[in-house]
Design a protein around this ligand. Structure first.
Ligand SMILES: C[S@@+](CC[C@H](N)C(=O)[O-])C[C@H]1O[C@@H](n2cnc3c(N)ncnc32)[C@H](O)[C@@H]1O
Length: 264
């Protein structure tokens, strides 16, 4: 005999996340979609068209992907005095800044091995889900392996050409990646474009400090690896000029964390 359940329907457990996420991908792009055998949706050709920098090559390597979350990132953060926050503190700061606590649609741009994506997924309820976008098969393979969640969907796409319609996501973030990409302003423009009214954006990237000597030293080291050092105004000014409000910036070590909101 089947027992009848009374009361409200049980809350969605995220089982529809992949279908909901696919529904957000533009129809023209979806035609070229494939699922890779490692479990993410792949919208890109196997090999990048541009010659990668040293840093981009590292992000494409399986070895770096395998150790990124547990070793590479914590060591890089500590060694470079990047921002002085623990991994747990950094995740909390990000989730708080994006106001993640409900059925939101979240986009984690350049998600790497899903080290924030999985954490965000655990914060969501109802029909909420997070899409982690990256262009590295090695990183996404790792994301599926280490940070799979019912509410996390991984997608291989280019951050400078996001495959979604305007105003799709309630929260959009990009951490530790803007300084790696060839066209950071194109990535920021795309992030703003896909942000829904009332939605929140968060960016963590490099900061060259005000000391000319330190900045020049950082820029030299960064140039050798193909990494960019940002000043304190470029990212906040970009977001404000794009019409976002409540633009706030935290400067810590050689990193900056910038948040903003699109008017509702
Ligand atoms: C340093 S990892 C950051 C991972 C994670 N967001 C974090 O905060 O630890 C940078 C990521 O950016 C990705 N990436 C670089 N250029 C990209 C692009 N044009 N489109 C998508 N992802 C990109 C790399 O593959 C890499 O996984």
């Amino acid at each position: 005999m089947t027992e009848r359940l009374s009361g409200p329907a049980p809350e969605s457990d995220g089982m529809w996340s992949t279908a909901l996420a696919r529904g957000l991908i533009r129809e023209d792009v979806l035609r070229s979609t494939s699922y890779s055998d490692t479990g993410y949706i792949d919208l890109l050709e196997p090999h990048p068209r541009l010659r990668p920098t040293v840093a981009q090559r590292a992000m494409a390597s399986r070895t770096v992907a395998a150790v990124y979350e547990r070793l590479w990132r914590p060591i890089a953060v500590a060694a470079l005095s990047l921002h002085g926050l623990s991994v747990a503190e950094e995740r909390e700061r990000a989730a708080d800044a994006l106001h993640l606590d409900g059925g939101q649609r979240v986009l984690d741009v350049a998600c790497g091995p899903g080290n924030f994506t999985g954490f965000f997924a655990d914060r969501l309820v109802g029909d909420g889900f997070v899409i982690g976008v990256d262009n590295s098969p090695a990183m996404l393979g790792r994301a599926v392996r280490d940070n799979a969640r019912p509410r996390a969907v991984y997608l291989r796409a280019d951050a400078a050409g996001l495959p979604f319609d305007d105003r799709t996501f309630d929260a959009v973030c990009c951490f530790a990646a803007l300084y790696l990409v060839a066209e950071p302003c194109a990535v920021l423009r795309e992030m703003v474009r896909v942000l829904a009214p009332g939605g929140r954006i968060a960016v963590m990237t490099s900061y060259g400090r005000e000391s000319l000597l330190l900045r020049k030293g950082l820029e030299l080291g960064a140039a050798l690896c193909g990494v960019r050092v940002f000043d304190r105004t470029t990212v906040p000014a970009f977001l404000a000029t794009a019409g976002l409000v409540d633009v706030e910036q935290q400067l810590r070590g050689i990193s900056q964390f910038v948040t903003a909101r699109r008017r509702g």
